[in-house]
Design a protein around this ligand. Sequence first.
Ligand code: ATP
Ligand code: MG
Length: 139
Amino acid sequence: PERTLGLIKPDGYPVHKEDIFARIKTAGFEVVCEKEFTFDRKVAETFYQEHKERPFYEELVTWMSSAPISAFVLEKVGAVRAWRDLMGPTNPQKAREEAPDSLRALFGSEAPRNAVHGSDSQQSAQREITLLFPDVSPV
Ligand code: ATP
Ligand code: MG
């Protein structure tokens, strides 16, 4: 199996936590570990470093470090892809049109408020798991 990193963002946590974890279990993921925390701004900047030059970067980092979130490591065969499929498209409106049963369709409102995060590759997953769960094996 493979591991990936998920977050429930400030718009989803804690209100939609139970629903989201119910869907995670139904989809056959093992939840390796989970924690509630608030992003230190510097850690959020590091987490989203790939988006540094994007116009939404400041808003994203400020919002993501503004309130408690849930972070978790998921394990399953093909976990990176499977978790992104369960989340749906980045834009919640697009998600409602193209993947109405996805987490972002159900629980997101408008970018950046799309309820959940998922690593976009095995390499990102390893970086993100190591950043947020230094004591957990990323693979
Ligand atoms: P994530 O990395 O959160 O799993 P993603 O990989 O689908 O989402 P990215 O392109 O990595 O999307 O963007 C990271 C996050 O930045 C998005 O999830 C969203 O919260 C925010 N974001 C992306 N595009 C926009 C935008 N055009 N306007 C505002 N926020 C955006
Ligand atoms: Mg991404």
